[in-house]
Design a binder for this molecule. Structure first.
Ligand code: ADP
Ligand code: MG
Length: 699
């Protein structure tokens, strides 16, 4: 098809005109012929079946029946009147009902002649009825072009009010096929079409709008879904491969003394197989001459820190500095202490830089960073300041990357002549399928195994009315020497209210757990960093048994002796947040518990969230449920990325098609990155890059 024809403004299509064109544009974003072809039906109504009145069910689907009208009457009702026709076949009788257009209908309906009627069936007062049925004489129905599967297009109230009903949309698309003769150019290569037994583009477009039967519809859907996902993957993967070709990276070709000494003498435990695997993946990147851009995902407690540390040692062994950025002071602090502890006297200079580091100390850090004395810098956003300049930064690690924006990550790129290698870590696991679409331009490593010997955390749901029992349980656990977290939600919009909840909660706990038998820490966002640290310290050292906190403790904090996590108003937390919070316990050898406290009134979604938490400890499974509850649009990063504005494929349901698409995109690009041997794909790809729209390439 000549591309100009498909770019024709929709106003020129017969049957559209200026008014409808404006409505189509504003309501459905349809500007051109091409946009209209790509308006895919939401669902289809099966017209291959004819029902008998005697076998009607009380469901609400649209159905088709053959029968005759035997009489018509007007029935007065409170407001206006309705027209009622008695409709029969050889198995029973039902009513057809009209509230509008009664005069016209009455004059035109024929009695005792077979009709095919179509519509939704209602059940009322022991009779089936069909309001405003679509009707056609059986004779005409037999003669005419049969539409077997009627497409139902996306609609809005405004469209309907302006007379652009489903029928009209359907007619317009028919007209479009007439004008273009349905000759659409192929957009996938002959190789892919034969390998996957795909139907042609033209056939797919015809059958998506006017499917002849279920089988052809399925083929059309498969072909178009595949195509959509294939081109998205092609874009992401080619970006990634180009990046590797273009962005030179420092080559860490040595596995030096530090790495070896640490591995042999300082490692406090055996690495899990998953940890070993991801370290291997990272090492391959670092020695490839290209800049590493890798996402390391692993459930809470899966041991990402040690992987980060060993990667940093590789950098230092090769004469570079490394930095590790964390989203909160508490976490940066803990990383700093933990890493210093692990390194012992191995001879690596490490410093901590956060907002609360004093000016003089800060100056010293800046100096040592620039003259190369410092090997590792750990800190918060403070690391991003322009004043922080390195002698030779070779690796930047970002922990809990979802807390940082893309722009912040990019800032790290400019901290050396050639961009340093980047490793971002997250404990908010993204289902793999989604990660593939979201972060196709990042490489992904996954730690899918917890260190051995962890007892699964026992999770229960308790109502506020059972608080006394819960308190008794806390007392028992503390008696055994354990420590307890009590967490309150803090959601920005209602901060003042939440803060009051927290303080009320704290007071009530202080009453039930009085000094001197019990010591309580409290940490929340309004405290000065120094006070927070002090309280946190006391809890870490075991001087306090209870930590009352807001979600500031959500990220990363590690207190192995804490074995009970109480989450107040648990219904107000999202699933991934609940899972993160729960991950604060279960870090030691003792049996750990997570108690989700709620009121009695719970929404359906809240119930699902609580049941999921009680039912599983697996972060990936939880992420899948989260995705289903919230939809991908709400997940972090998806909005900006725009890759999820899919027209026909469904990122969750069409998981297997996504995998196939990714496999083929990768295979093609690996062999032929410039797509010279795939002219059809190259053409489509060039179009979609040019128009920034995946569906703008049929031409
Ligand atoms: P996260 O992935 O949540 O950041 P951490 O790196 O904080 O997890 O590790 C959680 C805990 O598990 C730490 O106490 C760490 O020392 C311990 N750990 C990590 N790897 C192993 C391992 N292979 N064997 C035993 N314990 C481990
Ligand atoms: Mg961590």
């Amino acid at each position: 098809m000549n591309s100009n024809v498909l770019q024709t403004p929709i106003v020129y299509l017969k049957g559209v005109g200026p008014n409808r064109a404006e409505t189509l544009q504003s309501e459905l974003g349809i500007h051109t012929y091409q946009d209209l072809i790509n308006l895919f039906p939401n669902r289809y109504i099966d017209k291959t079946q004819y029902y008998k009145i005697g076998e009607l069910q009380r469901t609400s689907s649209d159905i088709q029946i053959v029968g005759k009208i035997v009489n018509i009457k007007t029935v007065e009702q409170k407001k206006g009147k309705r027209l009622v026709a008695k409709f029969i076949d050889d198995t029973g009788e039902m009513e057809l009902v009209w509230f509008r257009g009664q005069k016209w209908i009455r004059e035109n309906l024929k009695l005792n002649i077979p009709y095919v009627i179509f519509g939704k069936v209602n059940w009322f007062n022991g009779t089936f009825s069909m309001p405003h049925p679509e009707m056609e004489l059986w004779e005409d129905h037999e003669k005419g072009l049969k539409i077997y599967m009627q497409p139902v297009y996306p609609s809005t109230e405004k469209l309907a009010n302006k007379g652009i009903t489903n029928r009209v949309t359907n007619k317009l698309i028919q007209q479009l096929f007439l004008e273009t003769k349905g000759r659409f150019k192929e957009t996938l290569s002959p190789g892919l079409i034969s390998e996957l037994s795909l139907i042609s583009k033209a056939e797919a477009l015809f059958n998506i709008h006017f499917p002849k039967n279920q089988e052809l519809l399925a083929k059309a859907q498969f072909r178009l879904k595949f195509e959509e996902l294939f081109y998205i993957q092609l874009q992401l993967i080619s970006k990634n491969l180009m990046h590797k070709q273009k962005i030179k990276g420092y080559n860490f070709d040595k596995v030096g003394t530090l790495f070896k000494t640490f591995y042999e003498q300082h490692l406090p435990f055996e690495l899990t197989n998953a940890q070993k695997r991801v370290i291997k993946e990272i090492r391959a990147d670092l020695g490839s001459n290209a800049q590493m851009n890798r996402l390391l995902q692993g459930d809470v407690g899966s041991g990402k820190t040690i992987v980060a540390l060993m990667t940093m040692l590789l950098a230092i062994d090769n004469g570079f500095q490394a930095c590790l950025m964390a989203p909160t002071e508490i976490l940066a602090n803990q990383h700093f202490m933990g890493i210093k502890d692990l390194l012992g006297n191995i001879g690596v200079n490490t410093a901590l830089l956060t907002g609360s580091v004093k000016k003089s100390a800060r100056k010293l850090i800046h100096e040592q960073l620039e003259n190369g004395e410092l090997h590792i810098l750990i800190g918060t956003h403070a690391l991003l300041e322009d004043k922080v300049a390195y002698n030779n930064l070779g690796l930047a690690i970002v922990d809990e990357q979802h807390r940082f924006g893309v722009a912040q990550r990019a800032k790290l790129w400019h901290k050396n002549d050639i961009p340093p290698h980047i490793l971002v870590m997250t404990a908010t696991p993204i289902p793999r399928t989604l990660a593939m679409s979201l972060y196709g331009d990042l490489d992904i490593s996954t730690i899918d195994e917890l260190p051995p010997g962890r007892k699964p955390i026992k999770t229960v749901h308790r109502y506020d009315s059972n608080r006394l029992k819960v308190f008794q349980f806390i007392r028992d656990e503390i008696k055994k020497g354990r420590q307890v977290y009590v967490v309150y939600p803090l959601i920005q919009e209602s901060e003042a209210l939440d803060y009051k909840d927290l303080m009320d909660g704290y007071e009530s706990i202080a009453r039930d757990f009085p000094m001197p038998d019990y010591q309580i820490s409290i940490v929340h966002g309004k405290m000065k960093p120094a006070d927070k640290d002090y309280e946190m310290e006391r809890f870490v050292k075991g001087e306090t048994q209870i930590m009352v906190a807001t979600t500031v403790i959500e990220v990363g904090v590690n207190v192995p002796n804490a074995s009970v996590m109480i989450i107040e108003s648990a219904e107000r937390f999202g699933l991934s947040q609940l899972h993160q919070l729960r991950g604060r316990v279960g870090r030691g050898a003792d049996q750990s518990f997570c108690i989700l406290m709620t009121g009695h009134k719970l929404s359906l979604d809240s119930k699902t969230r609580l049941e999921t938490m009680v039912g599983t400890n697996d972060g990936f499974q939880i992420a899948e449920v989260d995705l289903k509850l919230r939809g991908p649009g709400d997940l972090m990063g998806t909005q900006q990325s725009g890759v999820l504005n899919l027209k026909i494929a469904d990122i969750i349901k069409d998981n297997d098609i996504l995998k196939t698409a990714r496999y083929h995109a990768l295979k093609i690009l690996r062999e032929d990155i410039s797509l010279q041997k795939h002219p059809v794909i190259l053409h489509a790809y060039t179009q979609l890059v040019k128009y920034k729209n995946i569906w703008n390439y049929i031409s």
